[in-house]
Design a protein around this ligand. Structure first.
Ligand code: KIV
Ligand code: ZN
Length: 498
């Protein structure tokens, strides 16, 4: 049997269903591109019929991503399938993921139906989806609590109807690892045409067993795993991609492989956490802040003698650049250079001197400088002088009982212009001044401020989207002063209007 495990990422569908985690289309494209870099085989990009936003995201991700299969979710309903097929029209490789509840509880109380009717609807939905695409995945919702005999009947029938992959979700996170593994083994042994399709795991984490159940699933014959970055998802979440991939990689004796470039794991985790405003718990396996931090003296001593004393994974394998050098305002260029090298950046004088100046500026304002801060410092260095419109200076007056007023000076290809304006707040006043300066009809569509790390002294990250003549332009900046970051992001977007 093939030992390659197919990684099906559902961060943008099951993960995005979490209240407060919704992303706009631009953010979803950013995540999808990173998932492609990470090496996932399938991206479940959304549930196209659920909202116009989800539909657009599936369309845009299909255009933006080349290698992974793009998958759209549907219910076992014709209209859902038609809409998904339409949303997937630009995808190079496309899959429709359709399905229906298969447990007695779902059949009786949710679908108010009976097993025969469910079986027929399952077959019809797969056949209908096959009219649009060659790759159809069927999900037997609540398979975790379904009767195995009935489940086997459904799986056999949908494979005969043309399903290429059959998903066995533990929708409610109820199964124990041995139970879930036995379910997969039962299907492998009792479905006559099982060799014509791939069985997929889809485990929720209500009892904290999603990863264990997923591993048990592959040990018993499943060859696709449905996972999310950081384990985000409905209620207690889904199986986390990084845990399954690193469990497989760490246990060589299992002899499973994946296409994942594990060095991209941390970067992907941070991107998802930042954009979804969903912090990762510090002790989260693989990607938590403390996953490779050693605090007790005994452990530190052990790690310093030999890393493997207390670490089963080399942090570099997941893109964590282990570093014992803490950067502060008292650090010199050599320490900065070393930390930058650990991040993969190599700078020499005079570029290094310029970064160092800004580093000192930041270090004066912050207690300690993190890797995220360094990424931003380097990013600004790379962009310097490349933007057609640069912020030269910004002066803002605001506070209680004061009309917020901003004076903004910008340089357009070297010439400096200044404008003053007032508004209902410092950012509004600054943006009005910028709009007066650039003399272009631009409308602010989206505006998002995030702290990059934790405290009030951290860098603020600003994403903006502006509309000009029906087109959308995206801008970004980061700064400890959020008004400055906002104006820079606004100018970044405006500078992209040709
Ligand atoms: O948990 C679940 O059953 C699902 C299906 C829609 C695949 O997310
Ligand atoms: Zn799910």
């Amino acid at each position: 049997m093939d030992n390659k495990i197919i990684i099906f990422d559902t961060t943008l569908r099951d993960g995005e269903q979490v209240p407060g985690c919704q992303l706009n289309t631009i953010e979803k494209i950013e995540v999808a591109r990173q998932l492609e870099k990470l090496g996932v085989d399938v991206i479940e990009a959304g549930f196209p019929i659920s909202s116009p936003g989800d539909f657009t995201s599936v369309v845009e991700i299909s255009k933006a991503v080349q290698n992974p299969i793009i998958c759209g979710l549907t219910r076992a309903i014709k209209k859902d399938i038609e809409v998904a097929a339409d949303a997937l029209k630009y995808a190079k490789r496309k899959r429709i993921h359709t399905g229906i509840g298969t447990s007695e509880i779902h059949i009786k109380y949710k679908l108010k139906s009976n097993p025969d009717d469910i079986l027929q609807r399952a077959i019809d939905s797969v056949k209908y989806a096959r009219k649009f695409v060659d790759d159809v995945e069927f999900y037997a919702e609540d398979a975790g609590r379904a009767d195995n005999e009935f489940l086997a009947k459904v799986v056999e029938a949908v494979i005969r109807a043309g399903a290429t992959v059959v998903n066995i979700p533990d929708t409610t996170g109820y199964c124990l690892p041995n139970e879930y593994g036995e379910k997969i083994a039962f299907l492998m042994n009792n479905v006559s045409n099982i060799d014509k399709a791939i069985l997929s795991t889809h485990c929720h984490n209500d009892l904290g067993m999603a990863t264990a159940n997923t591993i048990s699933g592959i040990l018993n014959g499943a060859r696709q795993v449905e996972v999310t970055i950081n384990g985000i998802g409905e209620r207690a979440g889904n199986t986390s991609l990084e845990e399954v991939v690193m469990a497989i990689k760490s246990h060589k004796s299992l002899d499973f492989t994946t296409n994942i470039d594990t060095q991209q794991i941390m970067k992907t985790s941070k991107l998802v956490s930042t954009l979804m405003r969903m912090p990762v718990q510090p002790n989260k396996a693989i990607v938590g802040r403390n996953a490779f931090a050693h605090s007790s003296g005994i452990h530190q001593d052990g790690v310093l003698k030999h890393r493997v004393n207390y670490e089963i994974i080399d942090p570099a394998e997941v893109g964590v650049k282990e570093s014992s050098i803490v950067l502060t305002a008292r650090s010199g260029r050599a320490a900065l250079k070393h930390r930058l090298q650990l991040l993969g950046y190599s700078f020499e004088t005079p570029e290094l001197d310029e970064i160092y100046e800004r580093f000192l500026d930041l270090a004066d304002k912050k207690k300690d400088i993190t890797e995220e801060d360094l990424e931003v410092l380097v990013g600004r260095e790379k962009l310097k002088g490349k933007r057609p419109i640069e912020l030269v200076s910004l002066q803002v007056v605001c506070g209680k009982s004061t009309i917020p007023t901003a004076t903004v000076a910008v340089s357009f290809n070297g010439d400096v212009f200044t404008e003053t304006a007032s508004g209902n707040g410092p950012i509004d006043a600054s943006f009005t001044a910028v709009k007066n300066l650039v003399k272009r009809r631009v409308r602010l569509e989206e505006f998002l401020i995030q702290a990059i790390t934790r405290g009030s002294d951290d860098l603020g990250k600003v994403h903006v989207q502006v509309e000009h003549k029906g087109n959308i332009f995206y801008g970004f900046s980061a700064h400890t002063d959020i008004v400055t970051a906002s104006v820079e992001a606004f100018l970044d977007a405006i500078g992209k209007i040709s």
